[in-house]
Design a protein around this ligand. Sequence first.
Ligand code: 5RP
Length: 221
Amino acid sequence: MNVKKLAGEKAVEYVRDGMTIGLGTGSTVYWTIRKLGELVKQKELQIRAIPTSQQTSDLANELGIPLETFAQSTEVDLTIDGADEFNSSLDLIKGGGGALVREKLVAAASNRLIIVANESKSVEKIGKFPLPIEVVPFAWEVTAKRIEGLNCVPTLRRVNGCPYVSDNGNYILDCSFGYIENPAKLDRTIKLLPGVVDTGLFISMADTVIIGTTNGLKVLS
Ligand code: 5RP
């Protein structure tokens, strides 16, 4: 059973005609976007969408989903996105796909955030997944040292030996903190460091998590 497809497609049931939808990034929300594309093509649904990455923008364009930017609308009715970890308070770690800054901006502009995931992302305490932190390339080594001082091991994300560059032209440090006792406090502390653009901690942002399991769907709200 494809549990990502199960969760991804379920989220489409929350989408209504006329909505502006934030489209997340990743292999689970891929199934949401594909399903939305089908409905738009069959003229069963009329939506506009704001993508959280170039990758999602390309997919939505390919599927014929009309896109808009914040120049047209600063309010998003509903965002559907994936996550790398979630706990029972619906706090998240995101950014495994490198889109955390736009994902957070779109989520923050949304009236509702639905996360689609599989059971392997469910944790008691977040932090086992290395926390992605987007940093300005200039002096990234200094920023990494400051982050290291918060008791973690930061690793510069690389692709084929070169630094990974986000859609915003920045680098990403994957930071192994181990279990994070107070995610909200850590998020605030990291964001005060010069050079940090944002963190993959999404605290009190998600309203619902749709979880695909081999026994069917679970929904947390
Ligand atoms: C991208 C993300 C993704 O939503 C997250 O990595 C989950 O992706 P997937 O559904 O492929 O496991 O945060 O920046």
